[in-house]
Design a protein around this ligand. Structure first.
Ligand code: HEM
Ligand SMILES: *[C@@H]1O[C@H](CO)[C@@H](O)[C@H](O)[C@H]1NC(C)=O
Length: 167
């Protein structure tokens, strides 16, 4: 049996990476407090993530099956790269350096990997559409990703055969 002290330590050990990942991926510095001119060298900490876009096209509602979505995984250079989150399909082609074959987040290309996004996991077995097992905290992370993508990528359609348990 674990001592209560060990549980606290384990709790922190698990919480620190989770907080760190959320911080690195979603922290956006505030521009509300301008720096005094006497300190010109102090630059605000910048987000590691790409900025939102102003030039997004109106969202499309084209239907795709999970099977059809697979061909948009970046392996066919004549096709765009798609990532689906909670059934919404985003065109991530302009970030092929991240989602292309062999790149850091290729695991999410050509599919709906909602569960893995919610869990902050890159494991293949987690990159599935059925996020019904996620707790409230992970669902919030997943919703943050959905809104992150909505501000940066064009919506090209929706997945028409999502797993029934995630509806
Ligand atoms: C210590 C671990 C990690 C570090 C240092 C890290 C760092 C980064 C960096 C630097 C980017 C920006 C890439 C770019 O725009 O070119 C990024 C994007 C991203 N990260 Fe992580 N990451 C980590 C772990 C994870 C994990 C575990 C996930 C799982 C959900 C994840 C999901 C993503 C996604 C989906 C993007 C792409 C966002 C976009 O489309 O612009 N990251 N990460
Ligand atoms: C992408 O999908 C094609 C079939 O649609 C498959 O042959 C290929 O192995 C997949 N590539 C990756 C990197 O998953």
């Amino acid at each position: 049996m674990l001592e209560p002290e060990s549980l606290v330590i384990y709790g922190f050990a698990l919480a620190i990476p989770a907080v760190y990942l959320t911080y690195r991926h979603f922290y956006v510095p505030s521009r509300a407090t301008p720096q005094p001119a006497s300190e010109p060298t102090r630059k605000p900490l910048k987000s590691i993530m790409q900025a939102p876009r102003e030039d997004l096209a109106p969202p499309k509602d084209d239907p795709y099956t999970t099977e059809e979505l697979k061909q948009y995984n970046g392996s066919n250079r004549n096709l765009p790269i798609y990532v689906a989150i909670k059934g919404t399909i985003f065109d991530v082609s302009h970030k092929s350096d991240v989602y292309g074959p062999g790149r850091s987040y290729s695991i999410f290309a050509g599919k709906d990997g909602s569960k893995g996004l919610g869990m902050s996991s890159l494991k293949p077995e987690h990159a599935i559409a059925d996020y019904s097992g996620l707790d409230e905290k992970d669902r919030k992370v997943l919703d943050d990703w959905h809104s992150f993508f909505s501000k940066r990528y064009n919506i090209v359609g929706k997945v028409v055969d999502p797993p029934t348990s995630s509806l």
